[in-house]
Structures are given as C-alpha cells and as structure tokens.
Design a protein around this ligand. Sequence first.
Ligand SMILES: Cc1cc2nc3c(=O)[nH]c(=O)nc-3n(C[C@H](O)[C@H](O)[C@H](O)COP(=O)(O)OP(=O)(O)OC[C@H]3O[C@@H](n4cnc5c(N)ncnc54)[C@H](O)[C@@H]3O)c2cc1C
Length: 631
Amino acid sequence: MKGARLSGWGGDKADCPLVKDLTDLGTAYAVPAGVTDPHLPQRLVAPPPGWVATADVIVVGSGIAGLTAALKLRERVDRVLLVTKTVLSEGSTEWAQGGIAAAMAPEDSPDEHFVDTLVAGVGLCDEDAVRALVEEGPARVHELIALGTQFDTDEVGAIKLTREGGHGQDRIAHARGDATGAEISRALIAQLRAVLSDPGIEVIEHALVVDLLKDEGGRVCGVTLHVIGEGEINGIGAGHARAVVLASGGLGQIYSSTTNPSVATGDGMAMCLRAGAVMGDLEFVQFHPTVLWLGPGASGQQPLISEAVRGEGAFLVDAAGERFMPAIHPQGDLAPRDVVARAIVARMAATGTDHVFLDCRHLGEEFLLARFPGIVRTLRDLGLDPARELIPVAPAQHYASGGVRTDLRGRTSIEGLYACGEVSCTGVHGANRLASNSLLEGLVFAHRVADDIVARFAAGELPPTEPAASGGPADACDSDHRLHIQTSMTKGAGAVRSAESLARTSRWLLAHADLPPTEAEPGPRTWETSNLLHLGQALTLAAQLREETRGGHVRSDFPDRADAWRGRLHLRRRDDGTLQVWFAKVPAQAAVEAAEARTAAHQSSEHDNLEHDNPQHQSPDPTPEQKEHPR
Ligand SMILES: Cc1cc2nc3c(=O)[nH]c(=O)nc-3n(C[C@H](O)[C@H](O)[C@H](O)COP(=O)(O)OP(=O)(O)OC[C@H]3O[C@@H](n4cnc5c(N)ncnc54)[C@H](O)[C@@H]3O)c2cc1C
C-alpha cells in the first residue's frame, strides 16, 4: 500500500461506493492543482454534409466486432449500413496471430478462464462482464466455425489448443498457424459478401467517420463521414440511423511504435470523448513484450512475435544470454504480459540495452515453419533465421484495455450509441488484457449489442429522429503535428511513466491544441491527427491521476500497486470542454489476491535459492525486477 494516495478525491476512501451500472460512475474526483485539465472541442472542423444515407443501424468498422454485429443485425433488422475507413479487411483483426481464447478442452472450464482473466486484470476486471465472456465464448467460437472459419485441427479433427501468457490451460484456438485473425476476417467477409445482394445491408468502404450526430434530446442518431473514391457518394455526408454501433478498434498509432495497423488512430474513442460519452480505463495501455526490435529509430507498425511462440517453448534472454523470467514469476516466460513487459524494461535498464532476445532455436526449423509460417517469413524477409539466430525484441504498444465505457449490453452512456470490440471498455480486461481475450470480447459483445438493439426495436424504442443543427466549438489539428504527438506520447505516457514525464507530455499536447489550424481544407489526415491529440490528452490525464503501478499502467515514481487505487477512472467531457472525472471502486477479488500471494512466495523462494546457491552473495538489495514487482 506504499504510495497510496487519492489526492483529488473529496471524501474518505472507505466511503467510495461501488459502481453498479453506467448511471453510477463513482465518486466525483477533483483534478489536483498542477495537473493540466485538457480543453476538448465538441466536434472536428469539417464542411457541412452534402448527402445523407439512412439506415436502421449504422455499424462503424469491419473488424471482428463490426462484422459480427452487422451480420447478426441484418438477420433481424431491416436496413444495416456498415462503413469502414479503408477496405473491409483492414484493421487489427486481420493482424491477430496467436488466436482466440475459449474454454473448449475437456480438462478446461469457463471458471478457470474466469480466474485467469481476473488475475491478468490485476483486480480491476468487471466480474459480470468476464462471466459473460467466458461462459458465452465457447458457443460463439463454435458459431464462427459453423460459418466457415477453419481453425487448426489435429489428426482426429479436434481443434488444436495452445497456451499463452497468463492462461493456466491450453485454450487458444489458432488458424493457419499464426494467421488466426486473417482467417476469421476472411470467413466473416465471405459471409458478408454472400448477403450483399440483400437490400437490407449496404457496405461503404473508404468511409471515414468524423463525428457523431445527436438529436435535440442528446440521443445519438447518426454520424458524419467522409467517403473517398468513385461512386455517387463522395466527400462529406451524413448517415442517419436509429442506433449507431461503434466497432472502430484501438488507438495504437497514438504511439510512435505499435503493432497496430495505420487505421488504428483511436477515431471512435476520440469522437465519443468529444460527444460527451463516458470513457473508462484509458490509462491501461498494453505494451506487448515481444515486438521485433528493428533499430532505435523504427516507427509505425512493427512486426509482432506472438506470445504463442513462448507458448510453444521459446524463452527470453538478455544481452549476456541469461534467462531472467523464471526468477520473477511462477509462470516464467508465460507470465501475464504486463509482468513480462516490465521485466524486459527493467532488464534493458540494468544492462544498458534497448532490446532483449527471444530464443526459439531449440524448436527447430521444421516445427517453426509449420507452426509459425507468417512470423518465420517476416523474419527471413528481414534477414533473420529464427531456427539459428536469436530474435531481438522490445516492448511496443499493442492494445488499449480501456475505451468507451459500456454496460453488459454494449450500451454507452449516450442513448442510441453502442460500442464493442477494442474501442469499448466493457470492464473485461481491467488493468491488463489476458492474451487472446480481445478477439473473443469483440465476438461475444458484438452479439450482445445486436441482441439488445433488436429487442429495443421490437419494443418500439429508439424511434427515428433528426439530428439537431450542429453547433458547439469545433477544432482540428494539422497533420504536420502527427509525429510530434506520437513521440511525445511515447516519451511521456508510454510503457513507463512518471509525474514529470506525464506533465511534460500534457503541456506539450496542450500547446499543440492551442495552435490555430493552418490547413485550408481539413481532410482524413487532419481528422486522424486531431483524434490522436484529443485522445492523447485524456489518456495522459488519466495516467497522471493514477498514482500507482498496476497492469498496463507503470509509474516509475509509484512502483507499487496501491489498494486505495483498486477502482476505475471514468472521464467525460463537460460542456465547457474540460473533463469531469469519477473514481469507481472495484470489490476485492479473492482469485487475484491468491495469485499475488503465490507470486510473492515464488519470488522469495527464488531469492533464498540464489543466496543458498551462492554463499558469496553479499548484496541484500533487491534486483531491479524485484523492485519493479513487489507483488
Ligand atoms: C499484430 C496484432 C496481433 C494480435 N493478436 C491477437 C491475438 O492473437 N488474439 C487476440 O485476441 N487479439 C489479438 N490482437 C488484438 C485484436 O486483434 C484486436 O483487439 C481486435 O481484432 C479488435 O477488433 P475490432 O473489431 O474491435 O477492431 P479492428 O479489427 O481494429 O477493426 C476496426 C475497424 O474500424 C475501422 N475504423 C477505424 N476508424 C474508423 C473511422 N473513423 N471510420 C470508419 N471506420 C473506422 C477500421 O478500418 C477497421 O475496419 C492483436 C492485435 C494486433 C495488432
């Protein structure tokens, strides 16, 4: 509990209530003096819409969440419009390597998946959301198979299951070795194309959604969007609908180095922020421990070396060739991602290097080629042979655990607006996502969103309505600033943060927000850059407020986990552009406490062994890893 402090909160922390649903966001939290409160616009600068498309539901995004929602909705809703920024297959789903987690083995159970998810989430998971995920997951995966997804199978036709970090059982289904996301995407897009002649569904590619539209009563009733390319619809238009489903993915491009594709500019989260939707867990960004290290200046999307490679027996070594994970965690190289990423950062600092190595040489060429064909191809294209050489790796941004806060039905705090997939914060991931739970979350919650919309339409809810005249302050940030925003976020609000680094980033982002836009005609690059800026400001604020280290949020000035911070930060834009913050306590979870006691016991026995093995061992000082991992 060292370092526990809830400085901005008015009451006694013992009084902090638990949050039951989205009408109860926790206790109002005053932003402490000295922390910059951002000032966000209500919308982006854009020309008025020149055309209108109407539908019952507009789905934004064509990853696993958007495609699942659209396919489910079209079965039971008259008109569905799916819009996506580039082509249908572009998004993080296409890049997912490791697989999709679901308790499908006879020796496994949803209960065990539940516990592993809570432990990875370091005490902040929403137990009801996790229950929905693990219990509905196996049936949803079987539906994916029924519609054509071909997971890898063994000689008798059973789905092959592997293990990844934080999982206590083999429960990760994969396809074409390391092309799981591409296979799921292929199957869902094939299904969509098969129904495209149906007048009940329309798809617009190269359609970038800019902002949400609301009616006089504040209900979301559509979007503004920019369509690039041929056809009748071009330029800025409006889509009107009874409900909007945001499935626009993550925010990886907010950092200079990420595993996410270029479309992941946090557009959905940023437009929700501007529209006044409640956001949650923004500070919990997952940095994947094993991203191929391509040199000090490498930026943009970087190749991922899937956790499944460690699942099959690969291990990490430092520059001296020494393994360091076994002494840190009972699961060794397969510890939860936050633990492995932090251990790598600590080892790099201790050895003065900017990367470590993954050793998979013992797995052999034949096995590597069969099990990880895509990864081997990528490495060989870059001149590296994983069967003979060590693979240089370092942590890079990978996943946003937070996002637009939803309830268990995928409803956000704004009527008519739903969110699912990586853009959302269902509470499933808490402070850190368990490996391969995100494809599953997109699948399970897209389904729930579709069910809720259908039920509400049947009950006569969400009748058609017209957007109010767009007003409120508008702003845009020049695309020239994109690289500076990414660098500033990486330096100050990246894998390891401190009050000083976050304050610097926040001042810097504010200075950019204050610059007058100079580009004559705003366009996609400007809008994306503005989204990075607005979201970066909110994320940095949340990271400044949370004075502890937990899951994906690592503070060098508060290296311990603090029980007083066992709760969720909710943020919402006020009408004046500043951010209102709430803190919502999460009940203690016995499974998390038991796992942490096991880790502490493991570390202490490793420490004793070290002393016993080496009587000359003089130094009682903890290792850098032990300092970083008091648990
Ligand atoms: C390299 C990599 C490997 C991964 N491996 C795994 C794994 O093995 N298992 C796992 O569970 N998870 C994995 N993940 C995470 C997982 O892939 C994602 O969390 C998940 O696919 C997100 O799905 P989604 O449908 O929410 O978003 P996405 O698949 O990212 O789709 C978002 C969609 O929204 C569109 N969009 C974005 N902005 C706009 C806009 N303004 N207007 C219109 N459309 C927009 C995009 O073009 C895209 O179509 C991995 C991620 C990466 C990057």
